[in-house]
Write a protein that binds this ligand. Structure first.
Ligand code: NAI
Ligand code: MG
Length: 485
């Protein structure tokens, strides 16, 4: 049989150069405007998950370092940042936003190296959105009285911020920009596998002339994060990560006066009605689950398809998935990069195996996986029932569970049958049906005929075990001021 043209067509490599980044052999902690050695004297490795090569060693912050950082943030809050006219604070945020744009290529390459995500995504999504968050919040700094968050909104003081590894610089921006715009100072802890863009951001703070101690960055692990959350000098805690750690933080903060926001896991339903425009829908399904290797809390990881179009959707989806290019994240043609860590790969492998064991049917694209690094091929499971673990638990990888429904009411019931409530998507030709469905879904973010669209003006956050509070927009600002709405 002769080969289809699509089978023989191939892309020449289009590698992004790494010459633009200058990775140091070792990084210290950023406390009070300076890089200082950790009191522990300890450093740990961060690697490139696509090659398993060592990128650098970063300092391990223990309690003594947490004490120093919180005290620097407190000093900056009382002496400088809370006293500064709001318009002046705004100028620093504008300056940071512009520097992020100027150095966008450097940030994009560094993020791809440290995280494993494709350069196409860091270049087109992570870094531009991070800059956009600073621009947006810069504009609010001197207009807070008009934000609908109280007549005379006041900052909490020192914010402890803990972020995950799936969108390292973007999650930093979601946390740092609103905190600074509202007059808080910050101690931020990036995730252990992706600390490098946060450390480059520390250099940006220096370049912008940000007063010392307004932003402090501590690298370390969960114990560093726990010391930070428990520190009595912290007024506000903001966390993005796993639901288990989120619950532990909620317990730790409950008996204190600390204000808390949590952005946790999800198991987003992507609902396809029979009248949806099928080709666009299939693009949306692919974007919903395979964007960022599926390391996305709001991923559309549960596909709910109306039964009479199920076969058509699955067939079109498989055809489209076969065109996904997996490989070197620095290649501009790559759609799917490396899984962020061996631990995450083990987790994806383990939960997916329960899909086979519980009777769902696995289908995987036909592609070669690189010999080195951590990889998982884009996978779908059909024949999934609601009781299956792969329909209930967050896999946080490129694995889609496909279920079906007959009536709109059944779609709602199945979509809401999860402990999470972060995101959902609705695909239909009829606006009325989309609105009817959206009103009945228990999810913080609902996309209509689209998926995974983000904007700094739009609040983001969940119901139930997906977390408390919102980030982005005016809602996100309210989390950083006292006397909320
Ligand atoms: P994690 O929740 O352990 O890590 C997130 C951040 O929390 C990291 O900076 C970590 O150092 C810090 N941390 C860990 N324990 C802490 C503690 N006791 N107190 C304060 N900070 C602490 O997430 P992990 O282990 O990397 O991923 C496990 C699973 O969590 C994933 O498979 C995924 O399902 C989910 N996850 C969800 C994310 C989201 O965006 N909602 C992000 C990352 C993971
Ligand atoms: Mg890394």
């Amino acid at each position: 049989m002769s080969k289809e043209p699509m089978d023989t067509f191939d892309y020449a490599p289009a590698l992004e150069s790494t010459a633009v980044v200058d990775i140091k052999a070792q990084y210290n902690l950023f406390i009070n405007g300076k890089f200082v050695a950790p009191k522990s004297g300890k450093y740990f490795a961060t690697i490139n998950p696509a090659t398993e090569e060592l990128l650098s060693k970063v300092a391990f912050a223990d309690l003594a370092d947490v004490n120093a950082a919180v005290s620097a943030a407190r000093g900056a809050f009382t002496k400088t940042w809370s006293k500064m006219p709001a318009a002046e604070r705004g100028k620093y945020l504008f300056r940071i936003a512009r520097i992020l744009q100027e150095r966008a290529r450097e940030f994009a390459v560094l993020e791809t190296l440290d995280n494993g995500k494709p350069i196409r995504e860091t270049r087109d999504t992570d870094i531009p959105l991070a800059a956009a968050h600073f621009f947006y919040h810069a504009g609010w700094a001197d207009k807070l009285e008009y934000a609908g968050v109280g007549n005379s909104p006041k900052p909490h003081g020192v914010a402890a911020q803990i972020i995950p590894w799936n969108f390292p610089l973007l999650m930093l921006a979601w946390k740092v920009a609103p905190a600074l715009a509202t007059g808080n100072t910050v101690v931020l802890k990036p995730a252990e596998t992706t600390p490098l863009t946060a450390l480059l951001f520390a250099e940006v703070c220096q370049q912008a002339g940000l007063p010392a101690g307004v932003v402090n960055i501590l690298t370390g692990d969960g114990s560093t994060g726990a010391h930070l959350v428990n520190h009595p000098g912290v007024d506000k805690v903001a966390f993005t990560g796993s639901t288990d750690v989120g619950k532990a933080i909620a317990r730790a903060v409950a008996p204190t006066k600390k204000s808390l926001t949590l952005e946790l896991g999800g198991k987003g339903a992507n609902i396809i009605f029979e009248d949806a425009a099928m080709d666009e829908t299939v693009e949306g399904i692919v974007n919903g689950i395979f964007f960022n290797q599926g390391h996305v809390c709001c991923a559309g990881s549960r596909l709910l398809v109306q039964e009479n179009v199920l076969d058509e959707v699955v067939e079109k989806l498989k055809r489209r998935m076969q065109l996904i290019r997996l490989g070197n994240p620095l290649d501009k043609n790559t759609d799917i990069g490396a899984i962020n860590s061996s631990a995450q790969l083990a987790r994806i492998t383990e939960i997916s195996a329960t899909g086979d064991a519980e009777g769902a049917q696995r289908w995987t694209i036909n592609c070669d996986l690189p010999n080195k690094g951590f990889w998982y091929p884009p996978t779908i499971f059909t024949g999934v029932t609601q009781a299956h673990r792969i329909a209930q638990e967050e896999i946080f990888g490129p694995v889609l569970s496909v279920l079906s429904f007959r009536t709109p009411a059944e779609a709602i019931e199945k979509a809401n049958n999860t402990p999470y409530g972060l995101s959902a998507g609705v695909w239909s030709d009829k606006g009325a049906r989309i609105l009817w469905t959206a009103q009945r879904l228990k999810a913080g973010v609902i996309w209509a005929n689209s998926f995974n669209k983000f904007d700094p003006t739009s609040p983001f956050g969940g119901f139930k075990e997906s977390g408390w509070g919102r980030e982005g927009g005016r809602h996100g600002i309210s989390a950083y001021v006292k006397g909320n709405m």
